[in-house]
Structures are given as structure tokens and as C-alpha cells.
Design a protein around this ligand. Structure first.
Ligand code: SF4
Length: 208
């Protein structure tokens, strides 16, 4: 949200893009409307391919993400990564709100990185949670209503829960997984065996 606020203040000609996975909580959909109204800017909603989602859920079930990590990554690939890849194809640069302090898997986040023929910018890479909160208050940035209910990182409804004060910021994401990173593949690719298993499953669905 801070990046949207900054872009609006700069009157920068940017596109604001969000991933509407089809499993978002109602509060997030309301939040998108709030953002559009507050900043008078359109938010582009990227949705997954309906055929790929149908083949995935027919093959593995609607809640396949509960079964095993590779199926959870498959769901994230179909509902998030592939739609994002589609929209990024024609862009030269994009900015995301990653911060190093969010999780161990994000400790190496760079403010700018060039990969796949485009720049990926993470202007908040070195910001702390306290700095985010301070900016939000100072500038009247809209706050997702689930933060008031104990959420610290918000994704799809069935894969996100509130956390306790002893837990990390991303502990509420896929909380039933005991091993591996808490990432969906948007920013970090699962390594080794996971990539190969995922490629096979994806191939079966997207080439059907
Ligand atoms: S967060 Fe959950 S529901 Fe959303 S795309 Fe990933 S696995 Fe699927």
C-alpha cells in the first residue's frame, strides 16, 4: 500500500496491479475498492486462466493446497505466478513491497535486481515494520481491515490466519506446512526436486 501511496503522491504514470486469485477474502476485495476510491486510480485485477483452474481443481480438488507442499505451489503457480508472468511480459520494470524483515526467505532482497529482461524494484527492502506503521499513520494510507484482527501478512482466505505476538510476520501463511519456505513462487522459485515435480504437474494442466 505504501508504494501505491508514494506513486500517487508523485503523480507517477504507473499501473497498479493486483492478483485476484479467486480465493481472496472479502476484506481484500473491499480493500481494492477502497484504494481505487482514495487515490482515484484504477487497480488492475489479474485473474488466473479459468481453464487451468478448472483442470487443476478437477484433477486435484478445490483445496489441493492442504494435501502436500508441491500441490500448494501448483495452486499458487496457476492462481498467482502465471497471471503475473503474463502481465509482466510487456513491462520493463515493476515494483513490489518486499521487506527483508518479513521472513528469513526475504533476508537477501535487493532494492533493485535485473532478471528476465526487466527490473524488479523493492524500495522498501530495508524498511522495518515500525517504519511501515509510521509512514502509514503519517500519510493516512488505507489499512487492510484484517490487520486489526491479528493478521500480519494477507493472502488467500484459506491459506492465511492471524498470528500471535510470538510468531513471525509470515507465520500465518500456509501455517500447516512444517518444512520449506513460506513463499508462493512470485518472488522466489522453489529449488531442486520441487521445481521438477511442479513442472510435471504444471505441464499436465496447462498443455491439456
Ligand atoms: S495462497 Fe492458497 S489458495 Fe491462494 S493460490 Fe496459493 S495455495 Fe492457492
Amino acid at each position: 500500500m505504501i508504494l501505491v501511496d508514494m506513486a500517487a503522491r508523485l503523480n507517477a504514470p504507473v499501473r497498479i496491479i493486483t492478483l485476484d486469485t479467486g480465493r481472496l477474502p472479502d476484506e481484500t476485495l473491499e480493500m481494492i475498492d477502497t484504494v481505487e476510491a482514495q487515490y482515484a486510480l484504477p487497480v488492475e485485477r489479474m485473474r488466473p486462466d479459468a481453464g487451468e483452474v478448472a483442470r487443476m481443481t478437477e484433477t486435484h480438488g478445490v483445496d489441493l493446497f492442504r494435501e502436500e507442499v508441491v500441490l500448494r505451489k501448483l495452486c499458487c503457480q496457476i492462481r498467482k505466478v502465471r497471471p503475473l508472468d503474463g502481465v509482466l511480459r510487456d513491462l520493463g520494470a515493476y515494483a513490489v513491497g518486499l521487506r527483508r524483515g518479513q521472513a528469513e526467505s526475504r533476508e537477501g532482497v535487493q532494492q533493485k535486481a535485473f532478471a528476465g529482461g526487466k527490473w524488479k524494484l523493492s524500495p522498501l527492502a530495508f524498511w522495518t515494520a515500525a517504519e511501515v506503521e509510521a509512514y502509514t499513520k503519517e500519510h493516512g494510507v488505507p489499512v487492510h481491515p484484517l490487520y486489526a484482527k491479528g493478521y500480519t501478512s494477507i493472502g488467500c482466505a484459506p491459506c492465511t490466519r492471524a498470528v500471535t505476538s510470538e510468531e513471525g510476520e509470515r507465520a500465518g501463511r500456509w501455517w500447516w506446512e512444517v518444512a520449506g519456505d513460506k513463499e508462493c513462487g512470485l518472488h522466489f522459485t522453489p529449488e531442486g526436486k520441487m521445481v521438477r515435480e511442479l513442472d510435471v504437474l504444471l505441464g499436465e494442466l496447462v498443455n491439456a
